[in-house]
Ligand binder design. Structure first.
Ligand code: ASP
Length: 350
């Protein structure tokens, strides 16, 4: 289908009016090209800021300090999440993450680099504790955006990442408890009646912006515990687990990945911010979309979703926000006032 230059310019003008600003280089469009500035006001001055899920409370400090020392925002954010990936006691990410239904730890991660508009991702990767760094290596060293499964593991090993057993003794025991209670009539005897089965989700998302307004975002996870082998959540999906546009801001998510993927939530949050909403409003508006897209089987008797989802966002000019579907959530922030947990806004009272 061919489009005349006039049609194209008329359409892009209409899109720009609606808040969608094309980013084609001017020389491709000729002298009459529309401006490529973001509708959000940007005066060339921002402030360094890092925002993440609450389990990043130590990591936001690391990322912030690294940015102040001149490190790129994406590298700084990745250093922040590496702390959690390498912590064997955090069972939602990296080493020690809860495994799939066969007892195998499969990890997902993705990242985006605002200034260069690049992205990288790995999904269902095994045996590598820092999938965030492998996602960045996909971005840095290949012409691709996403590698999955055995291919992702093979790539990581070729890039020099160390392969290791990620299933800690604690996570193995939790998996065995879950397995033995799956069916009261199977051949596995139930034990430890007083021990609660662990949570089944958890992830870390971190977004960072420096004083020049350059942005990086990263999300890394072991995904839903006890998942079907090969299941990929939202974390490695660009636009779902995280998204970053250097003209606007970044957003990321934790919680039920399946609900996030269907709404391309991180992309949507950034788009709402592009249209002028603040980060918290953009997160809340996206949560409304998540509820609207929830299938009946996942609605409780009160007509409310049976899962939770959490969003974190920041803008190029140094504003931030976080919102959760249900009340009671917190998120981590680090700026000139230091690292702290903030109350998240919410859509529904728990
Ligand atoms: N979003 C992750 C996933 O669905 C899990 C989580 O954040 O808790 O894989």
């Amino acid at each position: 289908m061919s489009v005349s230059r006039r049609d194209f310019l008329e359409r892009t003008a209409a899109l720009a009016a609606a808040g969608f600003v094309p980013r084609l280089p001017d020389d491709l469009l000729g002298a009459a090209a529309p401006a490529t500035a973001a509708p959000m006001a940007w005066h060339g001055r921002g402030r360094p800021l890092v925002v993440s899920s609450s389990n990043g409370i130590k990591g936001v400090r690391v990322a912030y300090d690294r940015m102040l020392a001149g490190e790129d925002p994406l590298d700084a954010a990745i250093a922040g999440v590496n702390l959690v990936e390498l912590d064997p006691t955090d069972q939602s990410v990296g080493l020690g993450g809860l495994p799939n239904e066969e007892g195998v730890v499969q990890l997902d991660a993705s990242c985006m680099h605002g200034p260069t508009r690049r992205a990288g991702s790995v999904a269902a990767i095994e045996g590598i504790a820092t999938p965030s760094l492998v996602a960045k290596a996909v971005m840095d060293y290949t012409d691709h955006v996403m590698l999955v499964g055995a291919g992702a593991t093979k790539f990581a090993k070729a890039m020099g990442f160390k392969e290791q057993n990620l299933l800690t003794e604690q996570s193995r025991q939790d998996w065995m408890r879950w397995k033995s209670r799956l069916n009261a009539n199977d051949a596995w005897l139930d034990h430890d009646d007083d021990i609660k089965i662990k949570f089944t989700t958890g992830t870390i998302n971190m977004n960072a912006v420096n004083g020049a307004g350059d942005i990086g975002s990263v999300t890394t996870t072991s995904g839903m515990a006890w998942k079907v082998p090969g299941r990929i959540g939202d974390s490695p999906v660009i636009g779902a687990g995280q998204y970053c546009d250097n003209l606007v801001g970044a957003a990321g998510s934790t919680g039920r990945g399946e609900a996030n993927i269907k709404t391309c939530a991180s992309f949507l949050i950034v788009e709402f911010m592009r249209q002028g909403l603040g980060p918290q409003e953009a997160c809340l508006k996206t949560l409304e979309r998540v509820v609207a897209m929830t299938e009946t089987r996942l609605m409780g008797p009160n007509g409310r979703p049976k899962f939770d989802l959490e969003f974190y966002a920041l803008t190029k000019d140094g504003r931030f926000g976080g919102a959760t579907l249900y009340s009671g959530g917190k998120f981590a922030v680090c700026d000139e006032k230091g690292a702290r947990l903030e109350e998240a806004a919410y859509l529904l009272k728990r």
